[in-house]
Design a protein around this ligand. Structure first.
Ligand code: LLP
Length: 437
């Protein structure tokens, strides 16, 4: 894919040297609303959801997409996706609360947490939310809570750890013997047997192998293993599955040299054999679920940020921004690449190498290392791309820097969907004991 097309995929283009995002001039947005700021393109979220939905519909009709809200929890984003027909995947009770606040009904929420407390289970049961269990011991605790509440034990699901994981960074690989998630093969029969004994009548199954997977081949081994265990559970225990959840993980092209994932190949690897197995009629007529986060939200957003300092220390050029790892932690935490481009492209001829750094008091506050950019000046604006997934949700107020605002662009109109934090927000929950007053 050439560079212009790569930008176009993200609704970015230069018009007379000015960067436009979703048809709006980024310089005007930055000047009007201030920086740093997250800017989200509603159309892109809808587009990515529809691409996935079309792929699923072609692969296997009985399907549901559960958008993994951890990638972007803004209520407006949830409402956009719910209006598309999406269901929602949560990793905590706080996320369930957020989903319910968005107005979605509980039967469109799935709770794929880990290390659940009894209070987590109570919250899920009270709100009629389906949970994917992450250990055998949790089954016993969950059953007891159902019994105490006098509620019917209807459906149960376990997360399988297929021991083949993948991801853009070791921290985002979620399968393997050394990894905390899910139940290994040797405990699966025991888990479902016990669930039946305890009176659960309907069954689902789940796996999620990791996040930021750009090479679809990585899905081959875990899918094979997943399907094998599903067939085994059906043949040995007579289980008919209500749903089979293949998790999320689909990556996006953060770097201009990366091509987007081929959804047809993904579908071929993940769903074709699944469909064959279902057609054999031995595992029931399950719904197929997937739980994508990044694929839907990442490319929808940019961060607009202003350069306050250009420093030439004699060895290196630094461009110092008002956004730092408090705003976007992925480069610092995972060494992730986020493409950075100028909003006002004045001097295309003179290309210089910059370290793009933030204002946080740590040397690791680098958003882009050794980036070739047209000569930059103090006061210029930059756009950090693909910030819509795990951007705002992982931001912090470290160094007592209030979190930024979020804007939503819909059809050429701009809506503020989150206010920037204030200094008061920074100290809001603190309590000074009387003796210190
Ligand atoms: N389902 C489960 C059970 C998950 O744990 C995750 C992500 C997803 C779905 C969605 O994965 P996705 O489609 O977005 O790859 N903070 C890291 C990513 C951590 C993902 C954690 N789990 C990052 O910034 O790359």
């Amino acid at each position: 894919m050439n560079y212009i097309d790569w930008l176009d995929r993200k609704d970015l283009e230069y018009r007379d040297g000015n960067l436009y995002f979703a048809n709006l001039n980024t310089l005007e947005i930055a000047k009007k609303f201030g920086t740093p700021i997250y800017v989200i393109n509603e159309q892109k979220i809808r587009e990515r959801y529809r691409e996935l939905k079309d792929t699923l519909n072609l692969g296997y009709k009985r399907n549901k997409i559960y958008y993994a809200i951890k990638s972007n929890t803004n209520l407006s984003i949830l409402k956009i996706l719910v209006s598309e027909g999406s269901s929602l995947d949560c990793s905590s009770t706080g996320e369930i609360y957020t989903c319910l606040k968005s107005g979605v009904s509980p039967d469109r929420i799935i709770y794929t947490g880990n290390m659940f407390t009894n209070n987590d289970f109570k919250f899920a049961i009270d709100n009629n939310v389906l949970t994917n269990l992450d250990s055998y011991s949790q089954l016993i605790r969950l059953a007891k809570i159902y019994e105490k509440k006098g509620k019917d034990k209807s459906i149960i699901s376990f997360r399988f750890n297929p021991e083949f994981g993948a991801g853009h960074h070791p921290h985002t690989i979620t399968a393997g013997k050394e990894i905390k998630f899910g139940i290994l093969e040797n405990q699966m029969i025991k888990a479902y047997t016990k669930a039946k004994e305890l009176g659960f009548k309907k069954f689902g199954i789940h796996q999620h192998i990791g996040s930021g997977i750009i090479d679809t081949k990585n899905y081959e081994n875990p899918t094979e293993k997943f399907l094998t265990i599903i067939e085994k559970l059906s043949s040995q225990l007579g289980i008919q599955f209500e749903f089979v959840d293949f998790g999320g993980g689909l990556g996006i092209p953060y770097h201009p040299e990366q091509d987007p994932i081929d959804l047809n190949i993904y579908s071929e690897i993940v769903f074709t054999r699944f469909k064959e197995i279902v057609e054999k009629g031995e595992i029931g007529e399950p719904f197929l679920f997937i739980e994508p986060g990044r694929y839907i939200s990442a490319e929808s957003s940019i961060i607009l940020t202003q350069i306050n300092t250009i420093k030439d220390n004699g060895y290196k050029l630094f461009a110092g921004l008002d956004a730092g790892f408090n705003t976007l932690i992925r480069p610092t935490l995972y060494g992730s690449y986020h493409h950075i481009i100028v909003c006002n492209q004045r001097n295309k001829e003179k290309i210089l190498k910059y370290d793009i750094v933030g204002p946080i008091c740590e040397s690791g506050d680098i958003l882009g290392k050794e980036r070739d950019l047209p000569e930059l000046n103090e006061g210029d604006y930059l756009a950090i791309l693909d910030a819509g997934a795990y951007g705002f949700t992982m931001s912090s107020s470290y160094n007592s820097r209030p979190r930024p605002a979020e804007l939503l662009i819909n059809d050429g109109n701009i809506f503020k969907i989150r206010n920037e934090e204030t200094f008061d927000d920074l100290i809001r929950n603190q309590i000074v004991p009387d003796y210190l007053k």
